[in-house]
Design a protein around this ligand. Structure first.
Ligand code: FCB
Length: 400
């Protein structure tokens, strides 16, 4: 590739608090995990709550310039209206640590997990949702000095399905579904997000956006799961449009007026006249059951650019669940080639954040390993994989 991304292009890696911190006892996900018989609970996760400095140092020393991490609402507001000063100080230290290591902090305010009390009270579809969420966002904005990128809600289009799990919270029952991020082998396809969930999340995003703008100097946006859907036959084009709108484009369209849009892409999926077609099993599939499709990133970037009317793009997640690190490098090389071709074509891409910095808790499952860094879950020892120094090298050179 000839392209050199503009100076200031962010090269980094991403995590989410519930997936790496450990002992997130007060969150709704902690409850679901304990009730799902086939789930590996998050437990100590990879103890990044205590070891975040080591994690960030490994990224910075490899050459990366950004770290996307989240703030866990369940910790910052352990009871309704009661904010923990100690937890606020913790997240402030994380921001300071990132800045002192030369990593631009990209901060996510909500990444799938919510306080247990919030869900018990009625959750995202309840009457108090927007007030509760905005009170939390206001409090967080008080300590975001130095943060230039804020993501309000992670993957509202995936989160809409997780909201279905919330129905079980005030019972002893297991949640009615597994995580949407791991594709089951039985051919199940994700239901459509309901209009109520979609509208509520858009409302929450717009409310949070206004607060972040008023109280901080950060660029604000949200991150959408790009599904790179395609019609399995030209006859299904109109069904494809409908599926795209409901599962993805309505959320991209709601980003108009934001400062940037987070693109998250991993694979592709076909659509026929019945809707999404389950991905067939194949030895080539990744450890989350999705096809090996590094071209998904380029498709996602171009589609997002079109639907948002040219909003600046930050790739906030892209990666592969594999136990074979050479395959991770091959996948990412190809994905980045597609990214750089899109930049050559004039699309404004501001950075690339790989999912994930660490092998971590894949929403109920430990087997799908996405990390640039392996973690021994008994000693918590970190072992960087070759892909970390490889990606750091690209960051240092600013080119593939
Ligand atoms: C995305 C999520 C992230 C992780 C990756 C694999 O959908 O945002 O937390 O689960 O997929």
């Amino acid at each position: 590739m000839t392209t050199e991304p503009t100076t200031g292009f962010l090269w980094g890696a991403s995590t989410a608090p519930h997936q790496v911190e450990g002992n997130n006892l007060n969150s709704d996900w902690w409850v679901y995990e304990q009730r799902m018989p086939h789930f590996g609970p998050s437990g100590d996760a990879v103890d990044s709550y205590h070891r975040y400095e080591e994690d960030m140092r490994l990224l910075a020393e490899a050459g990366l310039t950004a770290y996307r991490f989240g703030i866990e609402w369940a910790r910052v507001e352990p009871l309704p209206g009661a904010f923990s000063l100690a937890e606020i100080a913790h997240y402030r230290r994380m921001i300071d640590t990132a800045l002192s290591l030369g990593l631009a902090p990209v901060v996510t305010l909500h990444h799938f997990s919510s306080p247990r009390w919030f869900i018990e009270e009625g959750g995202w579809l309840g009457d108090t949702a927007i007030d509760r969420f905005t009170a939390y966002v206001e409090r967080v904005c008080d300590f975001l000095d130095g943060v230039e990128w804020v993501c309000t809600i992670n993957e509202p289009n995936m989160f809409a399905f997780m909201m279905l799990m919330a129905a079980s919270i005030n019972t002893d029952a297991a949640p009615p579904m597994d995580t949407p991020t791991v594709q089951p082998e039985n051919g199940f396809v994700l239901p459509l997000p309901t209009p109520e969930a979609t509208q509520r999340l858009i409302e929450a995003h717009h409310a949070a956006r206004a607060i972040v703008r008023e109280r901080t100097g950060a660029a604000v946006g949200w991150t959408v799961a790009n599904l790179a859907l395609y019609a399995t036959d030209p006859a299904f084009e109109s069904r494809l449009k409908e599926e795209r709108w409901t599962r993805e484009d309505v959320f991209l369209d709601a980003a108009r007026g934001d400062d940037f849009i987070g693109v998250q892409a991993y694979s592709t999926q076909g659509v026929d006249d019945g809707g999404l077609v389950p991905n067939p099993p194949s030895p080539d599939n990744t450890l989350v059951g999705t096809p090996y499709r590094p071209d998904a990133l380029g498709i996602a970037i171009r589609h997002t650019w079109d639907v948002t009317g040219g909003l600046p793009i930050l790739v906030t997640e892209n990666g592969i669940a594999t136990a074979d690190d050479a395959r991770r490098i091959a996948y990412t090389t190809e994905a980045l080639t597609h990214l750089l071709t899109a930049v050559d074509d004039g699309i404004d891409v501001r950075g690339y954040l790989h999912w994930s910095a660490l092998d971590n808790f894949e929403w109920g499952h430990w087997e799908p390993t996405f990390g640039l860094i392996a973690v021994d879950r008994t000693t918590f020892a970190r072992t960087p994989k070759p892909s970390l120094s490889w990606l750091g090298g690209i960051a240092r050179r600013g080119r593939l």
